[in-house]
Design a protein around this ligand. Structure first.
Ligand SMILES: Nc1ncnc2c1ncn2[C@@H]1O[C@H](COP(=O)(O)OP(=O)(O)OP(=O)(O)O)[C@@H](O)[C@H]1O
Length: 313
């Protein structure tokens, strides 16, 4: 069953800003769907349309068999939302927040079970004003889980969480999906999306430029290969853009990440660097979602900041 369906969705804001342009896609029951895209791509606008908060200029969106532009308030009770920039009440405790959502949604869950699921039961009766960012994020996630929603809409859900928190959240999301909850997951943290999503839609300039499983998308860039080298010291001008087949170079401290057109280029990269610096570690990676993301959103830069060659198809 399709839980989300959009047809030729378009949103034009005043001033002629086209935030969403002719978007058609669907999400199936129990699927974990990642919505990706650079800043301003249109992700939040799509999510706000799906939640009935923004009216589309054209096209249709159906969520849980309900047209989002008609009588959507009752359907919204079946949706758990972790919005970007949520607000919490500093004077209320974690338990009081959950109790409030349970009352609003007529949920049958107990605060204890929700707080336990998000790992903050031990601070249930503490005021939220003293919570760390990660604790607040866990609470906001818990509020979204109240009532075992049929659809979970999570905007940057791992924001502020430590590695253990991220892992717990992933497990909770996977369990919810295994029990039939559909999840729409918007994030800039690409490895996060890669780790948890069944399918991704990549947006750029209001359009859906890719829509598929990560494995299928990865197959489409199988001629892309990444190598990560740690150097004792990175020379000022490493000159990697002169190596044939190098698509993108990112330097982070003593680490250099190089995206190549294909695996054979990696050896040329190692030879090139070996003549100019001392290599202390080499990691060869398969195509990451980041590479896919860059491919589909044309986010390609070289080590000197100039665009590199076109992406091979
Ligand atoms: N209320 C609004 N009025 C006018 N323009 C808007 C409004 N909301 C969004 N936009 C514009 O629509 C485009 C898409 O914005 P949107 O917030 O949907 O992108 P996004 O992919 O969610 O970005 P980010 O990752 O930065 O949150 C942007 O150009 C934005 O400036």
């Amino acid at each position: 069953m399709e839980v989300v369906e959009t047809q030729n969705l378009r949103k034009e804001f005043s001033g002629g800003i086209v935030a969403v342009d002719d978007l058609s896609f669907s999400i199936n029951e129990g699927e974990i769907f990642g919505l990706l895209g650079p800043n301003g791509a249109g992700k939040s606008t799509v999510i706000n349309i799906l939640l009935g908060f923004v009216t589309p200029s054209a096209g249709h969106a159906t969520v849980l068999d309900q047209d989002v532009q008609r009588d959507f308030a009752s359907t919204r009770n079946r949706i758990g939302i972790l919005p970007e920039g949520y607000s919490l009440y500093d004077r209320l405790t974690a338990r009081e927040h959950i109790e409030w959502v349970i009352r609003t949604k007529n949920g049958e869950t107990t605060p204890h079970s929700i707080l336990e699921r998000v790992g903050i039961n031990d601070v249930a009766d503490r005021r939220v004003g003293g919570f760390s960012k990660g604790m607040r994020q866990r609470l906001a996630f818990g509020m979204a889980l109240v009532g075992d929603p049929d659809l979970l809409v999570l905007d940057e859900p791992s924001s502020g969480l430590d590695p253990a928190g991220i892992q717990e959240m992933r497990n909770t999301i996977r369990k919810a999906a295994a029990n039939g909850t559909t999840v729409v997951f918007s994030s800039h943290v690409l490895p996060e999306v890669e780790a948890v999503c069944d399918r991704v839609g990549i947006m750029s300039d209001g359009q859906l430029v890719a829509l598929d499983s990560i494995d299928t998308l990865r197959d489409q860039v199988r001629d892309t290969a990444r190598i990560v080298l740690t150097l004792e010291e990175v020379p000022d001008n490493i000159g990697l853009r002169h190596v044939d087949g190098v698509r993108k170079v990112t330097v982070d401290g003593t680490e250099i990440r190089v995206d190549c057109h294909n695996a054979t280029v990696k050896a040329d990269v190692v030879r090139h660097i070996d003549q100019r610096a001392t290599i202390s570690d080499i990691i060869s990676e398969k195509s990451s979602l980041e590479v896919l993301f860059n491919k589909y959103t044309d986010n390609l830069t070289a080590d000197d900041g100039h665009p590199t060659a076109e992406v091979a198809q």
